[in-house]
Ligand binder design. Sequence first.
Ligand code: SF4
Length: 255
Amino acid sequence: MTVIAPDKPQVSTDPLDLEAINPMLESQDPAGICRWASAQFGGELVMTSSFGAESALLLHLATRVKPDIKVIMIDTGYLFPETWQHMEALRRRLDLNVWVYRTKNDPIAWLGQNGEGNASWRNDVDRCCNTNKNEPMERAMAELRPSAWLRGIRRNQADTRKEKPFVEWSKRYRCYAVSPLLNWSTRDIYLYMKQNELPYHPLYEKGYLSIGCNPESCTRAVKPGEDPRAGRWSGTDKIECGINVNSNSLDSAGL
Ligand code: SF4
């Protein structure tokens, strides 16, 4: 079942003028956009993190301006053990305020109940993502009811992200989505990570440049020259898990 956030009072006295704000933010670096978001939304700003390949970057940027920001982590039941290790290491290093939202399903039982006989492969990735990833995310946003949410998407990651603005209204979560990293390249990220001695996910050096769940159907190492996200749902036309799709999971194409 999809959980929709109930109507809530507007925290901002007026809706944001996105046509004015987005061009202004184009000239800001990610730290400047995080500062703007913290000043604009205060305690009602949260962030999501997959604790994936380069997640330390946005966690570091966000906690420089808002040390106690709530960090939403979605536990599908199928994450790599290394992801949990990475989360714990970053939680200690950055003193993170992590809020884990878990699938309601027992991961092994769910596979058996849904005809998924091979734990290292998903036949129906859309059904699995919808139930085990999108539902906890929607539950998190319905419970926490933030005014805005920081996320780590970049324009050069996928065609679905090329036209994204820095700030947009999310009808699905009924809050603003703020994307400070939109214009950064892999090299920009590398330089920031190096300068601040931030760790990549432990699987990064093994060729896992974008990291989600551990079935091979969902995350594999990429080969030299491949797009960093080529290892996600490889061999299918699926690009997004659905968390960053700006509509209800039940009516999102491809979900
Ligand atoms: S990424 Fe794969 S294992 Fe994870 S929720 Fe989606 S289909 Fe399931």
